[in-house]
Design a protein around this ligand. Structure first.
Ligand code: HEC
Ligand code: HEC
Length: 367
């Protein structure tokens, strides 16, 4: 007999093990419990984790731990009368999803009868009322399935510190994104062309696509209709009081044009163009901006980097450590920067730093 079983015999508990063919070994069961540990706690101070705690699970009604968010299936089974005992636990643990369609316990099951028996002996050692648990009137599988609809379990509010940590993280938000989902979002294209999809399109192919999908807003020649953005022209206006910033006059990288159109245009119908269509429209915009002049010019992922936009050179990396005002002093002064004693000499409300309003009052003056 194992140590823990002896202990139970000593404190006078009768083990309801007669219905099981196999001899039960709680110590061996503790090893089997390692498979449950990722989600369940048992023993002193056990809390709900991904699954509910398993203290006193024998004789416990299914789905009865307050504050744990059970699946609908488990709640239905519980209100239909499912009580955990040797038989029901054995059935559940053999193949959780077979016994209970819709359970959120993501565990394939314990195939070996011996493992199940030992595990139950182990769990029983944390169920002081185990002796009374062999309830013969426990519903069988079919009855569980036929159980009445659940009354919404009225969970009492749980303090955040006691709330179970769901499988998908402590913030209780969302779930991990699928690889496919990340891939669908990961469409950015860098100035060096990294991220460009394979494809091609000519100026001539781009013209009808542009006319059909873009011209209503951006004008036949990229001049913009109404207050929609202008896409072409504006060269040599950057130093004007009102510069006209377009792809040709201002944008530094062609990759931004491709990326932006593919991601966001046509406005209201984003992602409706094929990658080839976007190459063609981008080529057409180069044509409207006089950056290419040949209607047969074909833009593709292969020659993409050969085309530079005219204003690229006016953009430079922000290398502020090397800017003159920063080279002299590598670390900015953070303490005792003013020589002598620092004193308050004036208050902002007196100094009246806020621009005057029309009435001549300080707009932010405190009365
Ligand atoms: C991947 C996580 C996970 C693993 C592994 C896991 N469980 Fe569960 N278990 C759950 C979740 C979640 C529930 C709640 C199921 C529901 O609401 O449908 C649950 C429910 C239960 C219940 C019902 C409890 C109640 O309050 O009604 C028992 C009993 C149980 N598990 C035992 C086990 C045992 C024993 C093992 C190991 C052999 C195990 N589980 C492995 C997540 C898990
Ligand atoms: C329904 C009107 C509409 C249509 C159609 C439309 N766009 Fe736009 N476009 C906009 C608006 C609005 C913006 C500005 C969006 C913003 O700033 O958030 C914009 C911005 C742009 C810009 C960036 C302009 C800049 O300088 O910031 C480009 C490039 C562009 N669109 C290209 C296209 C192309 C190519 C098509 C056709 C495939 C297209 N648009 C179809 C409304 C439209």
């Amino acid at each position: 007999m194992s140590k823990s079983l002896k202990l139970f015999a000593a404190i006078g508990l009768i083990l309801a093990s007669t219905s099981l063919a196999q001899a039960q070994d709680a110590d061996a069961g503790a090893k089997v419990f390692k498979k449950c540990k990722a989600c369940h706690a048992v023993g002193d101070g056990a809390r709900n984790r991904v699954g509910p705690h398993l203290n006193s699970v024998f004789g416990r009604k299914a789905a009865s731990i307050e504050g744990f968010k059970y699946s609908k299936a488990m709640s239905v089974a519980g209100s239909g009368g499912l009580v955990w005992n040797d038989e029901t636990l054995a059935a559940f643990l053999t193949k959780p999803r077979k016994m209970m369609k819709g359970t959120k316990m993501a565990f394939s099951g314990l195939k070996k009868e011996k493992d199940r028996a030992n595990l139950l002996a182990f769990l029983k050692s944390f169920s002081p009322d185990a002796a009374s648990a062999a309830a013969p009137e426990t519903p069988k599988k079919q009855e569980i399935a036929a159980a009445p609809a659940p009354t919404e379990p009225k969970a009492k509010p749980v303090a955040a510190k006691d709330a179970p940590i769901p499988e998908h993280g402590v913030f209780h938000l969302g779930r991990a994104a699928l690889v496919e989902e990340v891939k669908a979002w990961d469409i950015d294209i860098r100035p060096d062309g990294q991220g460009l999809p394979t494809g091609r399109g000519t100026v001539a192919q781009g013209e009808p696509i542009y006319t059909e999908n873009c011209a209503v807003c951006h004008g036949d020649f990229g001049e913009g209709t109404g207050r929609w953005p202008i896409l072409a022209g504006g060269q040599n206006t950057l130093t004007d009081e009102r510069p006209e910033k377009t792809i040709g006059s201002y944008w530094p990288y062609l990759s931004t044009v491709y990326d932006y159109i593919r991601r966001a245009m046509p406005f209201g119908d984003a992602r409706s163009l094929s990658d080839d269509d976007v190459y063609a429209v981008t080529a057409y915009l180069l044509f409207l901006n006089d950056i290419v002049t040949d209607e047969e010019f074909e833009l593709s992922n292969e020659n993409f980097n050969n085309t530079r936009l005219p204003n690229e050179a006016n953009f430079f990396a922000d290398n502020r450590k090397e800017e003159p005002q920063n080279t002299a002093r590598s670390e900015p002064c953070m303490t005792d920067c003013k020589p002598g004693k620092a004193e308050v000499t004036m208050r902002a409300r007196v100094l009246d730093v806020t621009p005057d309003s029309k009435e001549g009052e300080g707009a932010g003056a405190i009365e």
